[in-house]
Design a protein around this ligand. Structure first.
Ligand code: S3P
Length: 751
């Protein structure tokens, strides 16, 4: 019986993608699917089927469909796509009915919240899973229901998961995929079982808990009291207990296996929490709560596409640096990155509670912090640079639940490789696109010589898989390159190796590991260029004050030097002699820099640094200063571009394997600004003079982005700097501090 009527809303004339669409089940989801495609003019005809005459009438009146049918057979005649949008438990019966019909070449798809049961039912009804059946699940809904709530925009920016099987016809899959995309949905493909497990954990379990908790409290005799005093927490947690009971009863019956699995896991965790409360085990509770809080922040960032996990893939963040400006004032730049990493590592391996102040809340150091949380260490904070680490001792780390993601941070990966080589469990270390290109054989090779078992990706790149339960033997290693990361990696492995581990460096490199180990009471012998440790000692918790990072201060040292009439005071900067190459180089170029208020804080020398503008001139940079200024060259190249005459750098091939190839990327950028530069295999030649404006690319390298921001002080036109998101890895408040002292750089407004 045809119920065709004139629709109130006419379908828009568009170019139809398909002929007849049949939607079976005109509720919120089915109705919205029909209405969305009809309004966009993507089907020649939309036919609705529903058992309820009222829904059929409304669907036509509201322009959800062109016409309705009561009988399936009549509706499905000549259908090109059939959407099954009935409640999930009604799916089985519907599929049996459909199997009796001649559906021609029609593509079948559905919107059920669980997929395993739909696939099983289709298999049973048709004798096999029809190749033209594409199971699907839109993750959209609202507290409203029924065809009257149908909304053509309901799926816009919502996820739709399709779960094709091996035998699914690729053309049918492509068609269903396109229809959802036309509705504005973000379509993903997943395996049936995986879909059901993921949804059981992220949607079904929370609903079960909310329904269960409200019912459990409501049943008690004192329920009135409880609900009267139930405030925000209760309301937030139980909001979803207001969902449709019938629909949810269906879902739990349909996704039984996966729900039981996730519920059992959760029951175990709940019992552990109960035991911790019973035993008064505050440490355990704090561990669960701090990890949960951080995980939630992390996930919300991922959902908003802001987390460091996708910093390299996120939309291009552009800095716009306007020309001119002079610097004045006093600032404290964020904490030292190298010391921040080590404070988490050694604090975790120590016995007792370590307090850290001045911790760098940048993404690299946070990646290290998260890695240790993943290995069971309870870490509070960071909060305004304060971190409290509840050390677990040298042998107290636990296997992480999955691969450890280290973002952009080479220091985390190389130092952790040494430390993890001595553990009793396997670990896999991964990173972002930039870190995944960086060489790891420099640590994997000597660690293997000590007995470690390490697998790398092709050509010694990440990921690294480090096997546990290996017996490491101490050894002597002559480092082929001046690298504090390699030295530190081997000294950390040495804490777990039999006998003595010693490392000789070809030139002095930063010695924060040696200093901090001693600060934790662990003996380290240093004899000339050789540092050595022996296993068998322990680390005792300590208090760490992280000084401001000279590598971050460097941008301002150059900025105030090149901008006329500037004077700036940089407070509390670490001036460890293995890090002060930038000051020495700038002074050789004629820089006006003085150290004030020198003191030693927590084993590290610190000073306030005063810098005034100066007429810089080009120099041949002494090679022995290269490792002592290894991270500061991008901004030193900017100083050279503003200096009179030629600056030549040699012996710095290491710059080619940093977060980017810093020689090439800086040369390209400076050339774009009209500076005369010539990159060489191990350095660069820069003829200083004037600098124009232009477009430059930082290639996701934080220090390149900040260096070109500084260049604007002497540029004659604006500089647009692409790919700046990773500035947050080492200097999260760079733009604010730069603006405060007079550098005219801002984030370019998104169009
Ligand atoms: C670091 C050492 C340096 C430096 C890096 C941090 C460290 O790397 O470039 O930013 O904290 O040990 P190399 O040791 O590889 O030169």
């Amino acid at each position: 019986m045809s119920e065709a009527k004139r629709a109130v809303t006419k379908a828009q004339p568009g170019k139809p993608m398909i002929g007849r669409l049949v939607v079976i089940g005109l509720g919120l989801i089915g109705g919205s699917f029909a209405k969305g495609l009809r309004e966009r003019g993507l089907c020649r005809e939309v036919v609705g089927v529903d058992l309820d005459p009222q829904s059929r009438r409304l669907a036509v009146e509201l322009g959800v469909v062109d016409r309705c049918e009561e009988q399936l057979a009549a509706a499905c005649q000549g259908a090109e796509v059939i959407q099954l949008a009935v409640p999930i438990l009604a799916m089985e019966k519907l599929l049996v009915e459909l199997a009796k019909l001649d559906l021609g070449d029609a593509v079948l798809t559905d919107v059920g919240s669980a997929k395993g049961n739909v696939v099983r039912a289709a298999h049973l009804a048709f004798g096999e899973m029809p190749a033209r059946f594409v199971p699907g699940h839109p993750i959209a809904g609202s507290e409203q229901s029924g065809v009257e709530a149908a909304n053509a925009e309901l799926f816009c920016r919502h996820k739709v998961i399709l779960t094709p099987l091996a035998q699914t016809d690729p053309q049918a899959l492509q068609l269903v995929d396109r229809l959802w995309r036309e509705l504005g949905a973000k379509v993903e493909h997943m395996q049936v079982e995986h879909h059901d497990q993921v949804l059981a954990a992220t949607s079904h379990l929370p609903h079960l808990l909310a329904f269960g908790l409200v019912d459990s409290l409501a049943k008690r005799s004192e329920n009135l009291e409880i609900f009267r005093y139930a405030a925000g927490g209760f309301r937030d947690f139980t909001r979803i207990a207001g969902s449709d009971p019938v629909m949810w009863h269906d879902i739990f019956l349909a996704n039984r296996e996966a729900v039981l699995h996730t519920l059992d896991l959760f029951r175990g965790d709940l019992d552990a929490l109960r035991d911790a409360v019973d035993a008064g085990d505050g440490h355990q509770l704090l561990g669960v709560f701090t990890r949960a809080r951080v995980a939630r922040e992390h996930f919300s960032k991922i959902l908003a596409r802001r987390a460091y996990v996708d910093a390299m893939h996120s939309n291009d963040l552009i800095f716009l640096a306007n020309p001119g400006g002079k610097l004045s004032g006093r600032i404290r730049v964020p904490g030292d990155k190298s010391i921040s990493h080590r404070s988490i590592m050694l604090g975790s391996l120590a016995e007792g509670t370590t307090e850290v102040e001045g911790f760098l809340e940048g993404e690299d150091a946070l990646a290290t912090l998260q890695a240790f949380r993943d290995m069971g260490v309870v870490i509070e904070g960071p909060h305004h640079g304060r971190v409290t680490i509840h050390g677990v001792g040298l042998h107290g780390l636990q296997a992480p639940p999955g691969p450890i993601y280290l973002g952009n941070s080479g220091t985390s990966m190389r130092l952790l490789a040494g430390l993890l080589a001595g553990q009793s469990f396997d670990t896999t270390l991964t990173g972002d696109a930039s870190l995944s290109k960086r060489p790891m054989n420099r640590v994997a090779k000597p660690l293997r010589e000590m007995g470690a078992v390490i697998e790398t990706g092709p050509e010694g790149r990440p990921p690294l898989t480090i096997r546990g339960e290996q017996r490491l033997s101490g050894m002597h290693y002559e480092m082929p390159m001046a690298s504090a990361q390699v030295k530190s990696c081997l000294l950390l492995a040495g804490l777990y190796a039999t006998g003595q581990t010693s490392v000789t460096e070809p030139a002095p490199t930063r010695d924060h590991t040696e200093r901090m180990l001693r600060g934790f009471g662990y003996p380290v012998a240093v004899d000339g260029s050789t540092a050595s440790v022996e296993s068998g000692h322990k680390l005792t918790a300590s208090h760490i004050e992280v000084p401001a990072d000279i590598s971050s201060a460097a941008f301002f040292l150059v900025a105030a030097s090149i901008a006329e009439d500037s004077e700036l005071l940089l407070e509390h900067v670490g001036i460890n002699p293995t890090r002060t190459g930038v000051i020495d180089i700038l002074k050789l170029m004629g820089g006006d820099i003085s150290l004030e208020n020198q003191r030693v804080v927590g084993g590290e020398p610190v000073a306030d640094i005063r810098v005034r503008s100066a007429k810089l001139h080009g120099i041949d940079i002494p090679e022995h200063l290269v490792p002592l200024a290894i991270d500061e060259f991008p901004v030193l190249f900017v100083a050279a571009a503003c200096a009179a005459g030629r600056t030549v750098l040699r012996g710095a091939e290491e710059l080619r394997v940093k977060e980017s190839d810093r020689i090439q990327v800086m040369a390209d950028g400076l050339l774009a600004l009209g500076v005369k530069v010539e990159p060489t295999p191990d350095g660069i030649i820069i003829d200083g003079g004037s600098m124009g404006g232009g477009e430059v690319w930082s290639h996701g390298d934080h220090r390149i982005a900040m260096a070109f921001s500084v260049a604007s002080l002497r540029a004659t036109a604006p500089i647009r700097i692409h790919d700046c998101a990773n500035v947050a890895t080492s200097f999260p408040n760079f733009l604010a501090l730069a603006a405060q002292v007079g550098i005219r750089v801002t984030e370019e407004a998104k169009s």
